[in-house]
Design a protein around this ligand. Structure first.
Ligand code: ZN
Ligand code: ZN
Length: 257
């Protein structure tokens, strides 16, 4: 399994607009320059993309990605679904069907945000997008590859986490559900959002390091990668205090498990 972090940033990227760097100390460190959170997973011949960010085009092009098979949407916030609108163009260029997997709640958000996408023959390629709507906590299979899912609370909505074998990707959450704790045992790699870094007082529906340390003490993944990092997180400053088996993601990072 090959994993590429296409984007490691929070909803507004790093820096935010108007070059707002927040608490980031070293703006010359390329690891502090973050596009919105997106992960690319290659399993055998199959290529999976987790979320469709506003930076989709830049992320795909910069990383020389030439093919996609399935896209998983974690939830209906802008930073995770913005490029739904570009999918038909992607399908048209690739000359193939693209499968999208998401929860009923996320599908409802997508339809509200992009109603024109679902009109017949809107654009060449729109008929090539196959929407696979999952029940909460449903397991599924794509091209013979099995995935487990579970829901976590994320502010006013829930977000879907995905697991294949020893890899789990857990995006925006404020708390890990009980079913999540069951499904995250025996992992080689846990990729989890840590939007707030060391700030455990922010009430914004997001996660922080203190929560993650509690959960990983219990769940014991071999490695943990923190992503969806906001301008609260300076790469070198937070890296210094992480345990050895925990790392911060950065754009372009590649991992093989
Ligand atoms: Zn997000
Ligand atoms: Zn979100």
């Amino acid at each position: 399994m090959k994993i590429t972090i296409l984007g490691s940033g929070s909803a507004y990227g790093c820096p935010n607009c108007f070059n707002d760097w927040g608490n980031i100390k070293n703006i010359t460190n390329p690891k502090n320059h973050r596009t919105r959170a997106c992960t690319f997973v290659e399993i055998e011949e199959n290529k999976f993309l987790i979320d469709l960010t506003p930076d989709f085009r830049e992320q795909i092009n910069k990383n020389n990605i030439s093919d996609l098979d399935a896209i998983f949407l974690t939830h209906g916030h802008y930073d995770h679904i913005a490029a739904v609108s570009e999918l038909w163009r992607a399908a048209h260029i690739l000359k193939k069907q693209l499968h999208v997997f998401c929860s009923q709640e996320t599908f409802a958000e997508v339809k509200t945000c992009f109603p024109y996408f679902f009109k017949p023959n809107h654009e060449s390629g729109s008929d090539k997008i196959i929407w696979n709507v999952l029940q909460d906590n449903q397991d599924f299979e794509f091209a013979g590859i099995k995935w487990q899912t579970f829901q976590n609370k994320h502010g006013h909505m829930s977000s879907t986490a995905f697991r294949h074998k020893n890899l789990a990707i857990v995006m925006d959450l404020e708390d890990l559900s009980d079913i999540g704790k069951q499904k995250l045992k025996n992992l080689d790699l846990l990729i989890m959002e840590c939007n707030n870094g060391q700030d455990d007082k922010a009430y914004n529906g997001h996660n922080n390091l203190s929560n993650i340390l509690n959960w990983t003490t219990e769940l014991k993944p071999k490695k943990t990668l923190l992503t969806h990092l906001s301008t609260r997180v300076d790469y070198d400053e937070l890296t210094k205090i992480l345990p050895q088996d925990m790392k911060l993601a950065y754009d372009g990072m590649k991992i093989e498990i």
